[in-house]
Design a protein around this ligand. Structure first.
Ligand code: ADP
Ligand code: ZN
Ligand code: ZN
Length: 746
């Protein structure tokens, strides 16, 4: 048996593994993640290394392979686990080991000044005066200076006390031991939640509430298995408002009660005080939080608190997955369908997959939860890889699912209404205004890509060779991003001949103007990239809306993700098609999830909510199934589509993006790579499918040109091999020095 080992991370050769033999007496003791001693380099000095995998395959000259010298004492530390995870990420997603290590190990900030401390007086004012008198009597001068400094203030700066008052650590020690004072560490090491005020509705008192029967069943399944030593992976499919969070908390309290630690991932967008406070109220100071507004130093401090066992639980976006807990027992991923769990930076990891790996090496359970699970996760649940737990009803007795209405915008056009507000929507908004209830209006535009559609028949212009819409480029040409098909924008609709054919895309600002004009009595708020760019802008707008300071909130899809406003009884997707025609095989799934989640925003309180879906494609299955909140129906139609076209999760998809400032070098490299990989096709039935190279949706960015190659295969391992081959080929091919490559494997 052999062990592949990476050398201690301070060493520069972390990018490659070294092979060592596992001596018989260590067999069974060495496993991935273990830290071991190995002879290395000149004079065979001993170094520390990490085992990344065990294998029976010899990769070097057998006679030159040395033995592992021993195991570093102590348990598998969190650091070892994370380094192993970095190795796995590098292999799985294609990055350098350095990039992977930087991702999993928080960067230590050089702390220039010593951490600030405070000395707090623990005596009552009377006791303080007593102590002052006693110090005077006994002529303890230093102590007297300290005690008198406390008059009128509860605490003083440690550093200041030392210099200005001329104290030393030993001169304050007796007071500390007597319980008269305490020395407190710096602000920055404290819980960022400690100052938060529990405002608003829907947070609860923090006490465990009586679970519904369905919640109880889900929670008991997980805690029961946990008690029996089973570390499972669970998918909680619960409709919006079904009380998934309560189920998580029940499981968390069981795991924390067993002395273990917990990581909770939630999308940044729902990392609001509302959500965080629910956890804080229940688990108090043992919970901490990470978010993107924190500086690197602030984040590092919270990782430190995790490492030292100061906390049992951390809540944060995908990077919280790397919290260095030594006793990790549970990872929860809420809203697991969200795109933000995929990293855009190298290594382009998927936090759901990485979490599964981390759970496995740490011996933790994993819970994924969503009202609209990703097709990947649901498929795994159906196959039995994940245990599926379902919550079909809203948890609160009075709350029921909103009613959804689909409005056909083609009919509106026929009757002469060209406004973005259908007659039905206008009527409902006026009704809400008269009752003092709130409305949310959103457009689900994604990115900048714009497509062309017919306002009469609703058809979007599609590629004749692929089932995706063509993207309109600035030069007026429409292109297919999958096969490269290009055509000019036609004057008339190819399906019905109508001249009402136009690029789709309406801005939130425009909608705000129209809303103000149509509903002059309403107070209107807008939230989009423009209004939220300043720090905290996002939170401010939502809080103001939550306090009832506006009647209508207008925005992009970000307004309908994860927020809970009890007075909202009307939600509308103004043009539900917008996200349906993105040139991406996932657009139906995203549209379904978005509309279903949005409907869940209406009627969170005790009043029944309504969702209005305005669309030019009322018969599209994403829209129909979202209106019925019928996940299973959507899933089976969408899976049929994915199977037919060979997209994930029916097949694995490897995307290779090449980029270069030199257009000719890029084209040459792309073609050569394609040709050299395509020769794999001759391998017979198992041959992968190659598509491309095509220009990226945005071909030139910052004067860098980009091309994409797609490779499909049922077997992930084959795609990983192809990725490694592509990396190798690009190194060897002449003329590729100026071409960079990025890989994504789904
Ligand atoms: P989800 O995470 O599935 O959207 P939440 O956990 O946020 O659902 O619950 C939705 C609402 O229902 C919250 O206001 C929550 O306090 C309430 N709730 C959850 N479980 C119960 C219960 N068992 N009894 C009463 N109210 C509940
Ligand atoms: Zn038409
Ligand atoms: Zn095409």
């Amino acid at each position: 048996m052999y062990a592949n080992i990476i050398i201690d991370i301070s060493h520069e050769s972390v990018d490659r593994v070294f092979q060592y033999r596992v001596p018989r007496e260590l067999e069974g003791e060495i496993e991935a993640g273990k830290q071991v001693y190995i002879p290395f380099g000149a004079g065979s000095r001993q170094r520390k290394g990490y085992v990344v995998e065990l294998t029976d395959e010899v990769q070097y000259e057998e006679s030159k392979i040395k033995d592992v010298a021993g195991i570093v004492k102590g348990s598998v530390t969190a650091q070892s686990q994370l380094i192993w995870l970095a190795w796995w990420m590098k292999e799985r997603y294609g990055s350098t080991m350095n990039q992977a290590l930087k991702t999993v190990l928080p960067v230590k900030q050089k702390i220039k000044e010593s951490p600030k401390r405070r000395i707090r007086c623990l005596l009552s004012p009377e006791a303080l005066e007593e102590a002052v008198k006693e110090a005077e009597r006994k002529k303890y001068k230093a102590r007297l200076r300290l005690l008198t400094a406390f008059r009128g203030q509860g605490s003083i700066h440690y550093e200041e006390a030392m210099s200005r008052l001329g104290l030393t650590a030993s001169s304050i020690k007796p007071l500390e031991e007597a319980g008269a004072i305490s020395v407190e560490v710096a602000e920055r090491y404290r819980n960022p939640l400690a100052g938060m005020q529990p405002l608003g509705e829907g947070i609860g008192t923090g006490a465990a509430i009586q679970l519904t029967a369905a919640q109880r069943m889900a929670a008991d399944t997980m805690t029961g298995e946990y008690s029996r030593g089973i570390r499972g992976t669970y998918l909680i499919h619960g409709i919006t408002g079904s009380g998934k969070t309560e189920v998580y908390m029940e499981f968390i309290s069981h795991v924390v009660g067993a002395g273990k630690q917990v990581i909770v991932l939630i999308p940044e967008i729902s990392l609001t005080w509302q959500t965080v406070m629910r956890f804080y109220r229940r688990f108090g100071n043992r919970v901490s939080v990470l978010n993107s507004r924190m500086s690197a130093g602030e984040r590092y401090d919270q990782y430190e608190r995790a490492r030292t066992g100061d906390i049992d639980m951390i809540i944060g976006p995908r990077s919280a997955l790397f919290a260095p807990f030594e006793r990790l027992g549970l990872i929860i991923i809420d809203e697991e369908h969200e795109n933000s769990y995929k990293s855009e930076l190298s290594p382009r990891y998927d936090a759901r997959e990485a979490a599964a790996m981390r759970a496995k090496i740490s011996g933790a359970s994993l819970v994924l939860g969503s009202a609209t699970p990703s097709l990947e996760s649901y498929t795994k649940a159906l196959k039995g890889e994940y245990r599926l737990l379902t919550l079909k009803e809203r948890a609160k007795a009075q709350a029921s699912l909103p009613k959804a209405e689909v409005v056909d915008l083609r009919e509106e056009l026929k009757s002469g209404n060209r406004s973005i507000f259908s007659r039905r929507l206008k009527e409902l908004i006026e009704d809400r205004l008269s009752k003092g209830e709130q409305t949310m209006l959103f457009i689900n535009r994604r990115g900048y890509a714009s497509f062309v559609s017919c306002r009469s028949c609703g058809e979007a212009l599609k590629c004749p060779h692929c089932d995706v819409t063509l993207t309109l480029h600035r030069d007026g040409q429409m292109r297919c991003h999958y096969c490269g098909h290009t055509a000019p924008q036609p004057k008339r609709c190819p399906s019905c001949g109508s001249p009402y054919i136009a690029p789709f895309g309406t801005g939130t600002q425009k909608i705000e103007e129209l809303a103000v004009k149509m509903f002059p009595q309403a107070r209107v708020l807008r939230m989009d990239m423009d209004t939220t760019s300043k720090k905290g802008g996002h939170q401010e707008i939502l809080s103001s809306f939550g306090r009832g300071e506006a009647d209508i909130l207008i925005g992009t899809q970000m307004i309908v993700k994860g927020h809970d406003f009890p007075k909202v009884t009307l939600v509308s997707a103004l043009a539900a098609d917008l996200s349906l025609y993105a040139s991406d095989y996932r657009c139906s799934e995203e549209t379904f999830a978005l509309l279903t989640q949005a409907a869940g925003r209406a009627g969170r309180g005790d009043r029944l909510g309504t969702m209005v879906i305005q669309t030019y494609q009322p018969d599209h299955y994403s829209i129909l199934t979202a209106a019925k909140q019928d996940y299973e129906a959507f899933y089976s139609q969408e899976m049929a589509f994915r199977r037919m076209l060979g997209y994930p999760p029916a097949m694995g998809l490897l995307t290779i993006q090449l980029q270069s400032p030199r257009e000719d070098a890029l084209a040459g490299a792309a073609d050569m790579l394609f040709a050299s990989l395509e020769s794999l096709k001759e391998k017979g039935e198992e041959a992968p499918a190659f598509i491309g190279p095509v220009n990226a949706p945005i071909y030139k960015v910052n004067d860098i040109y980009r091309k994409i190659l797609y490779i499909k295969h049922e077997n992930y391992d084959i795609l990983i091999q192809i990725r490694k081959m592509a990396e190798q080929r690009l190194k060897e091919l002449a003329g590729c020095e100026h071409v960079a490559s990025y890989y994504d494997l789904t």
